[in-house]
Design a protein around this ligand. Sequence first.
Ligand SMILES: [Ca+2]
Ligand SMILES: [Ca+2]
Ligand SMILES: [Ca+2]
Length: 581
Amino acid sequence: MTTYKVCFCFHRRYKPASSDPPEPIKGFYSKYSVNGFMGAEELQRFITEVQREARASREDVQAIIDSQREFRHLNLFRKGLSLDGFFRFLFAEENSPISHSLGVHQDMTAPLSHYFIYTSHNSYLTGNQLSSASSDVPIIKALKRGVKVIELDMWPNEKRDNVDIYHGRTLTTPVELLRCLMSIKEHAFTASPYPVIITLEDHLTPDLQAKVAKMLTETFGEMLFTPETEFLEEFPSPESLKMRILISTKPPKEYLDSKTGKDKDHETQKGPDDESSWGAEVSDSKLDLHTYSKTESEHTVEDEDPDEGERKPEYKRLIGIAARKKKGSMTESLAVDHKVTRMSLSEQTFDKATENHGTELVRYTQRNLLRIYPKGTRVTSSNYNPLRGWIHGAQMVALNMQGHGRSLWLMQGLFRANGGCGYVKKPDILLRKDPYEFDPKADLPLKETLVVWVYMGDGWRFDFDQSHFDKYSPPDFYTRVGIAGVPADTIMKKTRIIEDNWTPVWNEKFEFPLTVPELALLRIEVHEYDMSEKDDFGGQTCLPVWEIRPGIRTVPLCDRKGEPYKSVKLLMRFEIILYQS
Ligand SMILES: [Ca+2]
Ligand SMILES: [Ca+2]
Ligand SMILES: [Ca+2]
């Protein structure tokens, strides 16, 4: 019995949390066992038919049975799996929906423009965009997580004899450039050997630029990638750039955004702690494609750089990814010529561009790099829906890593793919050339249906206090599950609420028809229902649909920041039904 003290003299009792297998698991056990016994042969049949692991050998299966040996005292004479053993095997961390052994499995020899790259915005800030401290700590954290694009804003220090990093013209406190560079060098390849790109925004005098050039050369030496010609005809591949650092530049006018405050949806200034646990629901990408801020000024493209000619040659030489100064209409900016380049757009300018230039954006990003950055009014380090950029092929969708919430969970979700190396190959649909270029707004035929069963959840009773969710009773969990992808595939659904239970069993089935599964992320959130106030946060995760293994799987859940909980997990089942095209 679990007892909750309601008042001085009154206690309420609830059934203890149960760890019994849910009905569908019992069903599979009885279907696949013979005379109540599941030996190696029976288990192999289950693994082939339900888990769809055709290549599981008899040795693999025996290893599973042996792994339950430590529990043999429960039944000393059996050589197979008991129902409990079968359930333990399924509801274990090793049985995850993304195979741990998959690693980096995509082709890494295509040009950089063929990959989504894990990108952070104002990587050096510890909190909000106006008054938080600058530090190398968030940079190290990001690199360890697999982030591969780090942004630094360089300003002269107070004495004007050295370079500091901070968010210009705000009250954010600086950190020395050298310290950031040293930390980048130390941690750049912790997550994977693929290249790290440093985007520099500089507000420096030529003398200080020369100083930066010296600092970069001395810190990174041979690691720096310096192209032989100023403009390349094709970007090199992540494979050829292993263990290399690339310097790129970002538009120096970007910080001005935070001063203009033209947007109607200007956020009030509050710390991230004041935000609700969830962050805003990611904006509906259906809506995004058809609306944009009408108040936005007419200029369409940011000036990429101050006049390249003014730069000290020793500094200019170090720029591995050139960004060209571009002016004119969006159509002119997106025109593809033989030299590749990088362009940066604010989320608003980008949204506006998707309105009439969707396929041109897709074509542009087949060879060139496109970076999208959060609008300046996101002073609390909140974020936008990164899918908007990805479905148009944008490689560097920069998000504030200091914020947390749904947009960042999507980002963490996408980059779980390809072994978490920070580079995810764009699907063929975004790379196909004439006569077919992908239009994210087009009505496409169904390609597959992802069927998802949410069986049960457990672990909260180990990771949280008895009164964490509800003071006087066990929690009331429900799960939201859905898809973030192209507009046609985007949807969220939810289970019913299981009241007063630490180990909720839902046994519910959901179907998600998908037109572009190659760009679909499965979103999973657990909420704790409260009638009179906002629901409590119970965990979340996000999984790239194309890497999900079919079958019954254990889905570990993460906290708001994306750190995995010690014990919280869901037992789910996935099945993919393909349509003939
Ligand atoms: Ca509650
Ligand atoms: Ca309750
Ligand atoms: Ca409740």
